[in-house]
Design a binder for this molecule. Sequence first.
Ligand SMILES: [Fe+2]
Length: 173
Amino acid sequence: MTYPAINIGISVKDRENISQGLSRILAESFLLYMKTHNYHWNVRGPMFQTLHVMFESQYTELWGALDAIAERIRSLGFAAPGTLKEYLDMASIKEIEGVPTAEEMIRDVLVGSEAVSRLCREVLALADKAGDDPTVDLLTERMQIHEKNAWMLRTLIDTGAAPVVLKSKGRKK
Ligand SMILES: [Fe+2]
């Protein structure tokens, strides 16, 4: 049976490049998901309740995001990678052995969230150039969430200088 070829106004080459980028984001996000769920289970110490709940809300959101990313790859005409082997090969995020301390967990998820955000920003530029607005939209949302998560995690361990207060430029007369 024949069926119409994909004809959505994005060239095959662009669809391929964007899908490759999305596959890397999927791999990175999967490893971050797994870590966050692991830490939800194994976190210990006085921050247990806060982190147990925070990690749960983050991994639950990430789980949904994996589906949206994979389905965008399918919509662009390529296979979504779905094995741990492919994810481990593609991702910059590395698995950690043993059970880290609560603070190490925070740092690890924070650094991972920012790594995913940087990669989304890189792939978004590609999608934007190709006129792939649905991918731009998806990646904009992913960056917002990862950067918010990173802020919340950083705040838990940031006991240094207070954040910079921006000077008011005043109202134009
Ligand atoms: Fe649980």
